[in-house]
Design a protein around this ligand. Structure first.
Ligand SMILES: *Cc1c(COP(=O)(O)O)cnc(C)c1O
Length: 338
């Protein structure tokens, strides 16, 4: 399964999903039913599954479009079954168990009885069982094996009662890479397919490369005299005569409004100065005397000998690479290169 929620981690839902399917992926994981319906409307030939909550009133649409839903609550499951019967199409569901994530999921203790009841609901087809790992990106921690032991106990109960469904899944990217026992017959890989590390403690193997580069251009280069205020509220003043470039990127694109950003121009790191605006920001170009309007500015990716990774950007912003790429706004033009 390629996990393509949140606009494919900022990479673009449809194009990413097409590439994944071309590469052999059979399942596409999303977080919201609207993401799944978008895949369906684009005619993408893979099973879409909503991994999180879907409101019961939308279960009919899911059944119509062949979108798989997660179930973990009896009342909601009952409502799904009613909706599916109303539209006259089976709704495929995957039962979600909370083996220790502390988030969505039914309790694995008592899971066999619950699965038996779920199977009995007219309108639903129970196609899978799954769980989610809390700390697979910290492979030294014992909690992943503890979670998987609880999951395995449930699975053997299902096996012996003939209730084990076709698809069993537990692993996110870090789980799939670092815990082979978590692979079962389906893995839900997100961050890894974008060439990004699940964490510093669970890096990708050799040979992976980030899929994405984020760049913009200089839209103006001017020389300002000493003590000239730059951008809103003059949070920066030129210390001497300074060359200041304007970049066509701002916080509405996902570039954080911080005072310590660095970007690449002509292969060199240059500081962003003054407040990042909604659509623009300014850089100091004193180290790059030949910089000119139209020059490429790299925010994530390589330029010449230099590189700013999503991980570095994340450290700069006190977050994780996931949040950096998921924050790339929809309005950014995305260009796909084979
Ligand atoms: C987001 C998500 C994944 C993918 O996680 P990665 O760490 O990006 O591989 C897998 N499963 C579920 C339930 C998720 O919500």
């Amino acid at each position: 399964m390629a996990v393509v929620k949140a606009n494919a981690y900022g990479h673009g839902l449809i194009e990413t999903s097409k590439a994944a399917v071309q590469a052999g992926v059979q399942w596409l994981g999303v977080a919201r039913i609207d993401e799944a319906l978008e895949l369906f409307r684009a005619g993408i030939q893979a099973h879409p599954i909503v991994l999180g909550y879907t409101p019961p009133e939308r279960a009919g649409e899911a059944a119509q479009a062949g979108v798989r839903l997660a179930v973990y609550d009896s009342q909601v499951a009952q409502a799904y079954a009613d909706q599916a019967r109303a539209v006259g199409k089976p709704l495929y569901v995957h039962a979600k168990f909370d083996t220790g994530m502390g988030r969505l999921g039914a309790s694995p203790e008592g899971g066999v009885e619950w699965m038996r009841w779920l199977h009995s609901l007219d309108g639903l087809t129970v196609e899978g069982v799954f769980t989610h790992l809390a700390e697979a990106d910290d492979p030294q921690r014992p909690t992943t094996d503890w979670q998987l032991n609880r999951f395995d106990a449930l699975l053997s109960g299902l096996e012996s009662t003939g209730l084990r469904p076709t698809w069993i899944h537990a692993a996110n990217s870090a789980g799939a890479l670092y815990f082979p026992r978590a692979r079962y017959n389906l893995v839900r890989t997100g961050i890894a397919i974008y060439g990004l590390n699940p964490s510093a403690k669970a890096p990708l193997p050799e040979g992976f490369r980030p899929a994405l580069t984020w760049k913009t251009r200089l839209t103006s280069v001017k020389v300002f005299p000493k003590n000239h205020g730059i951008s809103y509220n003059y949070r920066y003043y030129t210390k001497k005569e300074e060359r200041i470039g304007v970049c066509a990127v701002g916080y509405a694109d996902g570039f954080r409004r911080r005072l310590d950003n660095v970007v690449l121009v002509r292969g060199k790191r240059v500081p962003v100065v003054g407040s990042v605006c909604m659509d623009q920001c300014m850089v100091n170009l004193d180290d790059i005397p030949d910089a000119q309007l139209g020059d490429e500015v790299v925010l994530i990716g390589q330029q010449g000998e230099n590189e700013i990774t999503a991980e570095e950007r994340a450290r700069e912003w006190d977050t994780i690479n996931y949040e950096v790429v998921c924050g790339l706004a929809n309005r950014l033009p995305r260009i796909y290169i084979d």
